[in-house]
Write a protein that binds this ligand. Structure first.
Ligand code: SAM
Length: 214
């Protein structure tokens, strides 16, 4: 599938589910202590690196952006889906959100202090991931922290409905943390840690802590 086609399908899928996605995910971090711990570690890394703007890429309805803001970070969100950002702005009017794709990240070189991408890279095909990581590298300063969250495992499936039975047409990739770590090193990152979440569940999660290699 060509790039514009999968991006268009992903955008319209999340436009369709934006309101119900936000309703289902609102408050979800409260029941996810490991995710909150990962975000706290990330926030500490950002502060240790001197602070500054933090891009939440593929932010969806902005609940993670808002959590980072609550941890004292200057967090803002970017997402492919305009309807997701309508919800994000409604729920978090004090925060900044902008439409954009991580495949053409609309940020200047070294313009952010850190990047987070939580369960958004899962919609990017393998052959486009190195280009996305190049963008993350470009917008970060040397030693700038990067936090990735994604579905662990292998394979890709086409999700045709979700979040209350709404129609979707979006590829969902699972990836081994070692594979993502390999891509990160090739893009100029140093991997600090990898956490495996819910290993006994059907869809485990993975968190990778990294920083742009100085
Ligand atoms: C599963 S949701 C995750 C949302 C949020 N990060 C969270 O943790 O709940 C995936 C999000 O990634 C966004 N997304 C998918 N592909 C994207 C791309 N190429 N650039 C920016 N955002 C993208 C979708 O619009 C959607 O809001």
């Amino acid at each position: 599938m060509d790039r514009d086609a999968w991006l268009a399908d992903t955008r319209s899928s999340y436009d369709t589910v934006a309101v119900s996605y936000a309703d289902q995910l609102r408050g979800a971090l409260a029941g996810k202590p490991q995710l909150r711990a990962a975000l706290a570690v990330f926030a500490e890394s950002v502060r240790a690196a001197g602070g500054g703007p933090v891009a939440d890429v593929g932010c969806g309805p902005g609940h993670v952006t808002a959590h980072l803001h609550g941890l004292g970070l200057d967090a803002f969100g970017i997402d492919l889906s305009p309807r997701m950002l309508d919800v994000a702005r409604r729920d978090h009017p004090h925060l900044r959100f902008a439409v954009g794709s991580m495949t053409r990240l609309p940020l200047a070189a070294a313009s952010v202090s850190a990047v987070l991408a939580f369960w958004s890279l899962i919609h990017v095909p393998d052959d486009a991931v190195p280009g996305v990581l190049d963008h993350f590298h470009r917008v970060l300063p040397p030693a700038g922290p990067l936090l990735l969250g994604f579905h662990a495992g292998a394979g890709v499936r086409l999700k045709t409905q979700g979040y209350g039975g709404h129609p979707m047409k979006v590829a969902v990739h699972r990836r081994e943390p070692t594979e993502v770590a390999h891509w990160l090193r090739a893009a100029g990152f140093t991997v600090e840690a990898q956490w495996l979440l819910d290993p006994d569940q059907p869809t485990p999660g993975a968190i990778l802590f990294a920083h742009r290699t100085p």
